[in-house]
Design a protein around this ligand. Structure first.
Ligand code: S3P
Length: 758
């Protein structure tokens, strides 16, 4: 029993449903209620919503250890006054007072004025309906709905009284969040109070129109959806608007500004301006939940489509793989991730309109797309891989209103550090819990040495906080300390804005999509072996191109088809950039049966169809010069090595330790779980392959695999099922959508036995 005697003051929808809920669940000893309406008291007693009804407050609260104020906001003062005038020792000694009002600042002020000595825990259930009154009461109204408990900045509120109120709400099925008062009132002014005000206002305006009859007669979906809430209780909303007046006034001003911008764009035939507002709005509407939850975009969307469950519930999804299966057929792998990111960036910085086909609609590339929308760039799509980017020129980006959320995308945050470091506005980048642990000094340091003002955490990780540079950046000569396309690209992006010619010396062949794509956008980039130079101030000219399929995503299928018996798989139009094809070279050295067909150039990049057939692989010492050319593909290669005859040894690959997870540790752990002798080394791994020439013999055991939030770990271990002796559960696979949306379906199509479980 959380409380002995609860007195609910007010028996409308909210108070009545609360009383009925706690009574139905027997969370308190006795439920009393007050309303001046005798008839309502009788109904509530008859329907057993309450134990005892009273038409005077004083009798109702006698000996109560919980008082719940559930009257309209305008009536709060009289209730507080009544409580302050009670005879001594009238309430239970440890009484807690709470309320359900949707504005908190003004209520707390009244509590401080009238009942400064009582425990007060302000509450706000986010539930309701257009119906009101006792007849609308529903004991399960709060199930799976959010309730906000505000920490009272003044007055009395102990942690234990807050906890008891929280328990009570949770007892009726609510999800409780706590929040500071000021934040609560501002947030609800914009998310709840303003939409209600607008709905009332629109209906009122149209009701005054001379063609009113016709308007209401023909008003279909849009009008009905938008104005549903204008049927709510006017007195209640009148009170709320006044109780939250200051926040309401600023919300109305902010909205009017937006509306005026839209009006201006329409009046001046500014199509791009209108598209900008509409596309930004659509994307924000789709993704705001994701950003709040700080998790994968598509896993959430999928869940909301697949289940009717509340979006505020979170589920982790896994891959459940049955052993055996095939990896055959003809498939098209989604677009290249590196190129998709860069297409948005360079399209945005160019002059003119860029049309992209084959864009990867994975979360990482979408995070880049959203970041540029946040900076005022109009981007249409993506729709079936097509994106139209209305470039704003090198100096046309606008300061984003809030922080830029990059999700799981290392490429977004690293490349954008170079770009944002050169801007004349401040910005801040954050991402999901994985990205918040990744090293950023490698990009912040060289860009700062050009004159940028970038700060990262003491641990060298995000958030990345950028203050405007003092004057234009200066060109540098940069000797790269690591082989990294992200570092090289961040410096090149900053170099576009720098005075003078920036030169970079690489120590190994990092992927060169930035250099190639800059050239396609008309920028002169000189490449001489490992030396790159770029003169600042050059303008980018919009261009159209097609993104080829991602060889990194193809790698899982290259391995799958190599290790599964009787496979014959064709992957169409995969990117064959020589800085990316290390996986093919390594697998071929291991004896894989891979052939290229239909080789051609598309948009400055070589592409080919890849055919791969089963083969008994053999263990090798992986040549170190191939490491940067296959840097993202090692998790898949380790699965291949496990199926090879003999030992495979990788060295010189310490970079794997700072990818989306520590890929040496993640893979060694998973391989061991499946019975493989895999020994992690500081800069690589040694794997004892179990292949023996019998392509049908199982190699892997059964088990549960941790993915450490890393998409490529999840997809690599999915392929292991093709040669497993039992079921493999690959845990937490939502992140697969960062680089390879539709992986599960494509894997199923080729013959893998994979299902999603939660
Ligand atoms: C990428 C570069 C590589 C790669 C990443 C994508 C890029 O990272 O691992 O998946 O698009 O520039 P590093 O630059 O850290 O090697």
């Amino acid at each position: 029993m959380i409380f002995q005697k609860c007195a609910v003051i007010g028996l409308g929808l909210i108070g009545g449903s609360f009383a009925a809920g706690i009574k139905a669940k027997a969370l308190v000893g006795q439920v009393n209620a007050y309303t001046p309406r005798e008839d309502h008291l009788r109904i509530a007693e008859h329907l057993e919503y309450i134990d005892q009804g009273y038409s005077d407050i004083q009798s109702c609260v006698k000996d109560a250890d919980l008082v719940v104020i559930a009257v309209p906001v305008a009536a709060f003062e009289s209730v507080f006054q009544a409580l302050s005038e009670l005879p001594e020792n009238w309430l239970a000694p440890n009484v807690v007072v709470t309320d359900v009002g949707s504005v908190k600042g003004s209520v707390i002020a009244l509590a401080n004025q009238y009942i400064p000595d009582l425990q007060f825990v302000p509450g706000h259930p986010i539930a309701g309906s257009e119906k009101s009154g006792i007849l609308a009461v529903n004991p399960s109204l709060y199930e799976k709905h959010m309730v906000v408990i505000t920490e009272s900045s003044s007055g009395k509120q102990s942690a234990s009284s807050r906890d008891k109120v929280k328990q009570l709400w949770e007892g009726v099925g609510a999800l409780v969040k706590t929040m500071p008062v000021e934040e609560h009132d501002r947030i609800f002014a914009v998310t709840s109070h303003l939409p209600h005000l607008l709905a009332f206002s629109l209906v009122d305006t149209l009701a005054g129109d001379p063609a009113q009859q016709a308007i209401f007669q023909f008003a279909a979906g849009g009008f009905r959806d938008f104005t549903r809430i204008a049927a709510s209780d006017p007195v209640m909303w009148h009170d709320i608007f006044f109780a939250n007046k200051e926040n309401m006034l600023s919300a109305i001003d902010e909205f009017s500004e937006g509306l005026n911008a839209l009006r201006g764009a329409l009046e001046t035939d500014n199509h791009e301006g209108i598209m900008g507002i509409l596309t930004r709005s659509q994307a924000a509407r789709q993704h705001f939940q994701v950003i709040l939850e700080q998790r994968a975009f598509s896993s959430l969307e999928k869940q909301s489509k697949e289940s009717s469950k509340d979006m505020s519930e979170t589920h982790v999804q896994h891959f459940l793989l049955q052993p055996g299966g095939q990896c055959s057929g003809e498939i098209t792998i989604p677009g290249d991730k590196s190129m998709s990111h860069r297409s948005i960036m360079f399209g945005a910085l160019s002059e003119g309109t860029t049309n992209v086909k084959g864009f990867l609609e994975g979360e990482d590339a979408l995070a880049t797309l959203q970041a540029f929308r946040d900076m005022g760039v109009v981007i249409e799509g993506p729709k079936d891989g097509e994106v139209v980017i209305h470039g704003v020129g090198l100096h046309g980006l606008k300061q984003p209103k809030g922080e830029i959320y990059v999700g799981n995308s290392g490429t977004t945050i690293r490349l954008m550090t170079g770009l944002l470091g050169a801007q004349q506005f401040a910005s801040r980048m954050v991402g999901d819990p994985t990205i918040m642990k990744r090293p950023m000094g490698r990009v912040a340091n060289p860009v700062n040495s050009m004159g940028a003002n970038i700060t990262i955490s003491d641990a060298g990780t995000p958030p990345v906080v950028i203050e405007p540079a003092q004057g234009p950046l200066k060109a540098i000569h940069y000797d790269m300390p690591v082989v990294s396309a992200q570092v090289k690209s961040a410096v090149l992006l900053a170099a576009l804005y720098a005075e003078g010619t920036t030169t970079i010396k690489e120590i190994g062949p990092a992927r060169d999509h930035t250099e190639r794509m800059l050239k396609a956008f008309g920028v002169e980039v000189e490449v001489d072996g490992y030396n790159i130079s770029l003169k600042g101030g050059q303008k980018l000219v919009a261009t159209d191109f097609t993104v080829p399929a991602d060889i990194s995503s193809s790698a899982f299928f290259l391995v799958g088809a190599s290790i599964a018996p009787n496979s014959n798989l064709l992957m169409k139009q995969v990117g064959m950039n020589p800085t990316r094809t290390g996986v093919i070279d390594i697998l071929k050295l291991m004896g894989a049966d891979i052939t290229l067909e239909n080789e051609q150039f598309v948009g400055g990049e070589p592409v080919a169809d890849i055919r791969v057939k089963s083969a008994q692989l053999k263990g090798i010492q992986i040549p170190e010069e191939l490491v940067p050319l296959a840097i993202d593909e090692f998790p898949a290669i380790f699965v291949a090595a496990s199926c090879a005859e003999g030992e495979t040894k990788l060295t010189g690959a310490e970079e794997l330790r700072v990818k989306e997870s520590d890929r040496i540790a993640s893979m060694a752990a998973g391989l061991k779980t499946l019975g493989i002798d895999a020994e992690a080394q500081p800069d690589g791994i040694i794997i004892q392959g179990k292949g023996n020439g019998d392509l049908a013999a199982p190699i892997f055991g059964t088990g549960e695999i941790e993915t450490f939030g890393d998409h490529r770990i999840a997809m690599s271990f999915s392929m292991a099922a093709l040669r497993a002796s039992g079921t493999i559960l690959v845990k937490d696979t939502g992140h697969v959508a960062t680089s390879f949306p539709g992986f599960k379906d494509l894997a199923q199509m080729t013959g893998l036995n994979v299902e999603i479980t939660t």
